[in-house]
Design a binder for this molecule. Structure first.
Ligand code: GLA
Length: 388
């Protein structure tokens, strides 16, 4: 994490010289369970030691927000009561979360905010969820006497994406950012919202991300189309079985999926086929982790990559290439992480193979695409918190 003094010096310089409170929220990784959250399935994320840090202070106005994005050197002022909100996409996260916190009963008034991040943008590590949960944590503290629960902050972050940023995401990213705990992954059941912490210390293995640096922008991407495909399949299955309750693909079986194959068409069928498989894979990985069987964990990761690439079709040439290099190097598990359409792969690699794998990936990727992938060693960190 970047240090408080860095953010504080900018906050002082760009506003009236006073200091405020400082909050931090992390980005996340996800071991397995992709595109399952909005399908009522399971996910297996953990927070990382990188994220967003913000200094915030009430400025005494009714509804004027003065916001400074330190990394972008961009200043935007806007009014909370302006129904349109700001245009700058980063400022919409601030506006959106403030509106959502108001809906939860927090009397948000005007405030100053400066923030910076060290979670790479567009890498599929949820920089946007880190922003939402960081700002939610700050507004809850400054205006809400910390009365809003952690889960409500998760949902406010998700609603910000839906209502102000155009991404119909699930709850995994905001959940991981708020609830993260150092050294632990979390298995979340996205239907019941029950979750468990899993200490993750794979002896003899390392987790590393390779960022293709292909920009992953979920807004305006086919992310929402994937979700629509899944919902369409559920609708068809529900129509065939009026006796049952079908809310998401979580409630559907392989047989029921096969029954509607012809009517939903091959594309939607493939999407749902991936989701049902992924639900099973998360559970298999859970058992394997408990047994300390990392080879099975890795094998499931490769299966997920195959499904994300061929059935869900959210991969790209660069990510498939990184996955192939991992396989060639005997890496235990490798797959696309996050929403897809760019971003990074997550790799579970034996410690003794690490150096060779990284060197080979850099060299071959650069030879083909003209630049090296970014290497991000995963350290599993804490969730949203107040720092000062
Ligand atoms: C993005 C979304 C999440 C989740 C993942 C895919 O990160 O924000 O809700 O759907 O994609 O697993």
């Amino acid at each position: 994490m970047m240090d408080i003094e860095f953010v504080r010096s900018r906050f002082i310089k760009h506003f009236d010289g006073k200091t405020g409170n400082v909050y931090a929220s992390p980005g996340r990784i996800n071991l397995i369970g992709e595109h399952t959250d909005y399908n009522g399935g399971f996910v297996f994320p953990g927070a990382v030691d990188k994220g967003i840090m913000a200094e915030m202070r009430a400025n005494g106005t009714e509804d004027t927000v003065m916001a400074y994005a330190i990394d972008l050197k961009d200043r935007v002022d806007f009014h909370l009561n302006d129904p349109a909100g700001p245009r700058a996409s980063w400022a919409r996260y601030i506006y959106g979360i403030a509106k959502e916190m108001q809906k939860l009963g927090v009397p948000v008034k005007g405030f100053n905010i400066a923030f910076a991040g060290d979670v790479p943008l567009g890498a599929g590590m949820s920089s946007s969820a880190a922003m939402e949960s960081c700002f939610a944590c700050g507004l809850n503290d400054i205006f809400g006497e910390n009365k809003v629960s952690q889960w409500d902050m998760v949902l406010a972050g998700q609603a910000t994406e839906h209502n102000y940023c155009g991404v119909n995401c699930g709850i995994m990213d905001q959940f991981a950012s708020v609830f993260g705990k150092a050294g632990c992954l979390m298995r979340l059941d996205c239907r019941s919202r029950e979750f468990e912490y899993f200490p993750f210390k794979p002896d003899g293995y390392r987790l590393v991300l390779l960022d293709s640096v292909v920009k992953h922008e979920l807004a305006g991407s086919p992310y929402n189309d994937r979700r629509n495909s899944c919902e369409n399949v559920v609708k068809h299955i529900a129509a065939k079985h009026p006796e049952g309750k079908f809310e998401t693909l979580r409630d559907c079986t392989w047989e029921q999926l096969d029954e509607v194959r012809a009517e939903v068409g091959e594309e939607d069928y493939k999407r749902a086929h991936f989701v049902l498989g992924e639900k099973d894979r998360v559970l298999a990985v859970c058992d394997a982790l408990i047994a300390g069987d990392y080879e099975t964990v890795g094998q499931k990761m490769y299966e997920t990559h195959y499904g994300l690439s061929k059935e869900y079709e959210v991969s790209c040439e660069e990510l498939d290439f990184l996955n192939d290099i991992a396989k060639e190097n005997g890496v235990t598990g490798s797959r696309i992480m996050g929403g897809g359409f760019g971003g990074c792969t997550i790799n579970l690699v034996r410690a003794d193979l690490y150096d060779k794998f990284i060197a080979d990936a850099k060299q071959k990727f650069a030879a083909k695409f003209g630049h090296e992938p970014e290497v991000i060693d995963v350290v599993i960190g804490d969730g949203s918190r107040k720092l000062a």
